[in-house]
Design a protein around this ligand. Structure first.
Ligand SMILES: [Fe+2]
Ligand SMILES: [Fe+2]
Length: 252
């Protein structure tokens, strides 16, 4: 996508938005992006709550408990940034009602509300936490909106551990369930994980890139994720499913 960034990292503070020193469309685009980020963090926290109920393996509990506390904190951070713009949590979530039902939210939505088996919960962690880390590390760390860039930095410090947990869980899953069952779970979860990045080349993303709210297109992020995961799954003797070429992706 050949969109040029117009606003450098951390150039915009809440007062600039309130005083109308930025394009009115900037505030709208920012609000939607923050609402999506906040909801994703909140659903991840809810997913870890479910994971605590479902995962019987005592070795995993401390890490899940730690992640739960951290994901709640991440959600609060991003909702607070929305409040600074005059948008409360309920109003923000209200703007996400149709996005919530879309393919891009299927992974966190299932993690939060539908997953029941331990294996699915493990896969959800791998799908939602690794992807979130890429979105935040690549896209939000250099946001033109300074509070979002600062929140991203805090989140990234904690998410480094989450990535290690995701790797551990994948290894544990292979030990407990064997590669065949994990491969089947990957067939279900990897398309959802890739769809979590959102559709490629959308008008919304090109606005985000132009305003400096994101640096990369969703398709580039999905590519980074698949490359990382490919390496990890190969080390564990697993096979990633082939995906259909168009968004929303399914296992081919
Ligand atoms: Fe998080
Ligand atoms: Fe996380």
């Amino acid at each position: 996508m050949s969109v040029r960034r117009e606003i450098p990292p951390r150039a915009v503070e809440p007062d600039d938005v309130k005083a109308g020193r930025v394009d009115p469309h900037y505030r709208k685009t920012l609000a939607r992006l923050l609402a999506a980020h906040a909801l994703a963090e909140k659903l991840t926290a809810l997913g870890y709550e479910r994971a605590l109920e479902a995962v019987k393996n005592a070795e995993l509990r401390p890490a899940i408990e730690k992640n739960l506390v951290e994901e709640r904190r991440h959600a609060r951070l991003v909702y607070r940034a929305l409040e600074e713009l005059g948008i409360n949590e309920q109003a923000a979530d209200q703007t996400m009602v149709s996005a919530y039902r879309s393919p891009s939210f299927e992974a966190p939505r299932r993690f939060a509300e539908r997953t029941r088996t331990e294996l699915d919960l493990l896969m959800a962690t791998v799908s939602v936490d690794m992807t979130g880390l890429i979105m935040i590390g690549v896209n939000y760390r250099d946001s033109s909106y300074a509070p979002h860039a600062r929140a991203a930095e805090l989140i990234l410090e904690e998410e480094a551990d989450h990535d290690a947990l995701a790797s551990d869980l994948l290894g544990q899953a292979v030990e407990h369930y064997g590669p065949l069952r994990v491969n089947l779970a990957l067939r279900k979860w990897i398309p959802r994980a890739v769809n979590f990045f959102g559709p490629p080349g959308s008008g919304f993303t090109s606005d985000c890139i132009r305003f400096g709210l994101k640096t990369s297109d969703n398709a580039e992020l999905a590519e980074i994720y698949l490359t990382m995961l490919e390496r990890r799954t190969r080390q564990l003797g697993l096979r990633l499913p082939k995906l259909t070429p168009d968004y929303p992706h399914a296992a081919a």
